[in-house]
Design a protein around this ligand. Structure first.
Ligand code: ZN
Length: 337
């Protein structure tokens, strides 16, 4: 699993390993890259490797030494993984203060390092980030800090400037597809193609979707959008249902990418351009393109992208999703008048 996931991050891995062998590995790393690219898996592999007594010549942890055993059992005393206490919430200052105390107490094992991962680092409050600064400015000996973020711009510049950025890239589509097929050989290829389309090419998210059986929601979202475009259905009710069944962030993420395809389709005069989405996602395009104009759609896309940016911090995501669907209806309503 580890080998498979990190192979498209090989060059990032190799340069860290080279730096480590030469004794110049930065004490604080900031792993960045799109959601689902494999940052957490990379951080975990790196942590285990840093703690391992006998990593192999590529820097991979051996998997069977005493520290690897503790790591794999989730009981290694020199390893911490800091996350928000609840999903979607912030990392609180008391959590960071506790972590900082932990960093400065001596490690349990004389061989190896102490490793601390913060994920997602951009969910630290300003106060939390300030509390962490001390460990970045005055690194504790033998301690590695690994911050993970798919939105590094949200981190304070003081944090970013004290870390070495390690950008992790999305794999080529063929690489992602080959990897997915190797993970679950019984799953038909068109399922993986569809899953990758839906999640913008991120292999780990695609796998999660297929495993959770969550592929069919795109059909439903498209049907609902078509219903609203035809002046039927109630946007407020549909928004409430979407939020309940799928969650605001997932819906907005899908909608943002689907609108980009729709704009490309309209921009190419329809038909001639092959949208990234396949199958179900294409079926409503001709009907919609008859009723939409590009300028209005651009304005609406901006609106949706703003909503995506706010989705994490929105106090009321129900209202936001309602606004998005009311805006969608308005596109067709204003066109008619
Ligand atoms: Zn080991």
């Amino acid at each position: 699993m580890l080998e498979a996931v990190t192979h498209w991050h090989r060059s990032a891995w190799d340069s860290l390993w080279t730096a480590r062998r030469q004794g110049r590995l930065h004490h604080a790393l900031l792993l960045t890259g799109p959601r689902g690219v494999g940052k957490s898996v990379f951080a975990r592999a790196l942590s285990q490797s840093l703690l391992c007594r006998e990593p192999d010549e590529q820097g991979q942890a051996c998997g069977h030494c005493s520290t690897c055993s503790l790591f794999l059992a989730g009981t290694h005393p020199d390893f911490r993984w800091l996350q928000p206490l609840e999903e979607g919430k912030t990392i609180r200052i008391d959590q960071v203060r506790e972590l900082v105390r932990y960093v400065y107490i001596s490690r349990q094992y004389e061989v190896g390092s102490k490793v601390v991962v913060v994920e997602p680092a951009d969910r630290m409050t300003v106060e939390s980030a300030n509390a962490l600064l001390k460990t970045l400015e005055e690194p504790a000996p033998f301690t590695h800090l690994i911050l993970i973020s798919d939105a590094p711009a949200r981190l304070p510049a003081t944090i970013r400037s004290r870390c070495q950025a390690v950008p992790l890239q999305m794999p080529e589509r063929s690489v992602a597809l080959a990897w997915l097929k190797a993970q679950l050989p019984d799953c038909p290829e068109d399922q993986w193609v569809r899953a990758l389309d839906l999640v913008g090419g991120a292999p780990l998210v695609a796998m999660q979707r297929v495993q959770q059986g969550g592929l069919d929601y795109s059909t439903r979202l498209l049907d609902d959008l078509q219903t609203l475009a035809l002046g039927k259905g109630n946007p407020v009710q549909i928004a409430a249902q979407w939020r309940k069944d799928l969650g605001c962030a997932r819906v907005l993420d899908w909608l943002g990418r689907w609108l980009a395809d729709l704009i490309r389709y309209l921009g190419a005069g329809g038909g001639s351009c092959a949208p990234r989405f396949t199958g179900e996602a294409v079926k409503n395009l001709p009907m919609l393109s008859e009723r939409l104009d590009l300028k209005g759609l651009y304005g609406y896309w901006d609106y949706v992208r703003d909503a995506i940016r706010l989705a994490d911090s929105a106090v009321n995501d129900e209202l936001m999703l309602e606004g998005v669907l009311v805006g969608w209806c308005r596109l067709f309503h204003e066109r008619k008048n």
